[in-house]
Design a protein around this ligand. Sequence first.
Ligand SMILES: [Zn+2]
Ligand SMILES: [Zn+2]
Length: 177
Amino acid sequence: MFKKLFARLSGKYVAVACNHPTKREGEVRAFGECTTTHMPLNENGTAEWCLECLGKMAVKCAWCEQVIFIGDPITLYTQTKSDFKLPANAALYKQEPLQVVGCLRMSCADTGADRAGFWVPGDDGKGGVHRVASPLELSMVSGAEIAMSNLGNMKVAHKVQDTIFRHIETQAANNPV
Ligand SMILES: [Zn+2]
Ligand SMILES: [Zn+2]
C-alpha cells in the first residue's frame, strides 16, 4: 500500500514483469530511433515493463523498415510476391496467407482505414499484435460511417473478439551472412 503510494508520488516504479526500475514516462530507444512513451499501468497501478524492455520489443516495418514501437498502430497486409524476404527484425503475423506487420505511415498504409491492430508487449517479453477491427472492417459490419480521427488511440479501438492477441515470431536473423 505504502509502496504504491510512493510510486504514485515519485513517478518511479519497479516494472512487475521484468523487475527493472523505471519511470512512467520517458524515452524508448530502438534501432537508433527514439520515441517518448507514456506507459500504461496495470490494474495494480504499476507498470509491466520498463522503458528499456519496451525498446527491445520494437520491430521494424516489413515494408519501409522504419521502427514500430510498442503502442504504435499497425497494418497486417498480405505479401503476395513469391520472392518476398522478411527484413531483419520485421514481424510475421501469419504464414498462410503471408501477413506481415507494417507501420501506419503514409508511405506504407494505403489509408488509415487499414489499421488492423497495435504493437503491444507480450507476456514473453517480445512484442505482439493486439488485433482490433480496422475501420474498414467495422464499416463493412455495421454499414455505418466510422470516425477516423482516433486511429492512434487503442482505447477507442474495437477489439476483434476471436483474435485478441497473437504471439509473433520476429525474424532477427534474416540477414545474409
Ligand atoms: Zn525491463
Ligand atoms: Zn512502414
